[in-house]
Design a protein around this ligand. Structure first.
Ligand code: NAP
Length: 300
């Protein structure tokens, strides 16, 4: 293996530590950073994500306000709650766990979150600002923000680099591409209709894989020395595991590690960064709410 393996757990740990210190400073000025979590229904995966987010809040000195709602909650009831949370000065960030039950229109709910409390970064105003040069972007979505943070902390040069993003979802691919562009990379986005994808990926100094297909990216698709960030999380059957499966990324890890300059593992790469960046976004929101604290580091 020649690639340097980027340890996302370690980077996430240092971000949590930084958030904890900053949260303490805010507390000493009388501001307690607060995150409202809203969970509609009882999907086990969503429940465990929200639990992990609340645990991180507790560890990082962020107050969490949890709102578990029954699956039959109407869209109107949910929108009323979001309006209340939007007006609550103790709440600096609002996180509505997705996906929502089918009878609720996800985009209407995201639009109802005030942009300055949109710590998930999915509001069209925040996503739009991310792509507009000269506009202040309040938040970037947590997973792609984590991708950028990993690149920065691994000292991968982004400005001027040729970056290829596999995937164009609102949650990962598109905002990852916008963030790379904002940081002056030359960006290509690939998706299911892209022709001759290996020829495109092979050009990349930075390759972000976010498509959700196990072992899709092979060594032949990677330029020697490229920085490869694997966002994919896929289950593959494994009878040796008690639960019957193991998690793998979108890259053929062993083979890509022979070619890439650096690479993130799955698990232990981008995964731990998502919650760390949510904490960072919440802290930013709380800092902005403090009248005396304009800090350029709070702006993307
Ligand atoms: P998604 O909404 O399903 O989007 C997948 C994207 O990949 C789409 O843009 C799709 O293209 C593209 N795609 C699918 N098959 C392709 C193919 N064969 N060739 C080229 N492009 C293809 O998924 P997502 O929410 O972005 O998530 C992507 C992966 O990241 C998943 O494995 C997910 O579990 C993982 N993820 C991880 C984290 C984390 O680690 N914290 C967070 C979020 C997501 P079209 O647009 O043309 O359909």
């Amino acid at each position: 293996m020649s690639a340097k393996i980027i340890d996302g757990k370690e980077v996430a740990r240092s971000i949590h530590e930084e958030v904890r210190k900053e949260a303490e400073k805010l507390r000493s000025r009388g501001i307690i950073p607060g995150l409202a979590t809203v969970l509609v229904g009882d999907d086990p995966a969503s429940r465990s994500y929200v639990k992990a987010k609340r645990k991180a809040c507790e560890e990082d000195g962020i107050q969490s306000f949890h709102h578990p709602l029954p699956a039959e909650t109407s869209q109107k009831e949910l929108l009323t709650l979001i309006t209340q949370l939007g007006e609550d000065p103790k709440v600096h960030g609002i996180l509505v766990q997705l996906p929502l039950p089918a009878h609720i229109e996800e985009n209407a709910v995201i639009r109802a979150i005030p942009p300055h409390k949109d710590v998930d970064g999915f509001h069209p105003e925040n996503l739009g600002r991310l792509g507009l040069k000269g506009e202040e972007a309040l938040f970037a979505p947590c997973t792609p923000a984590g991708v950028l943070e990993l690149l920065m902390r691994a000292e991968v040069p982004v400005s001027g680099a040729r970056a290829v993003v596999l995937g164009r979802s609102k949650i990962v691919g598109l905002p990852a591409a916008l963030l790379l562009l904002r940081n002056d990379a030359t960006v290509t986005i690939c998706h299911s209709r892209t022709k001759d994808l290996p020829a495109v990926t092979k050009e990349a100094d930075i390759l972000i894989a976010a498509i959700g297909r196990a072992n899709f990216v092979t060594a032949e698709m990677v330029k020697p020395g490229a920085a490869v960030i694997d966002v994919g999380v896929n289950r593959v059957e494994d009878s040796r595991k008690k639960r019957g499966y193991r998690l793998v990324g979108d890259c053929d890890f062993e083979a890509v590690a022979e070619v890439a300059g650096c690479l993130t593992p799955v698990p232990g790469g981008v995964g731990p960064m998502t919650i760390a960046m949510l904490m960072k976004n919440t802290l930013r929101a709380a800092e902005r709410a403090s009248p005396q604290s304009f800090d350029p580091r709070n702006h993307l």
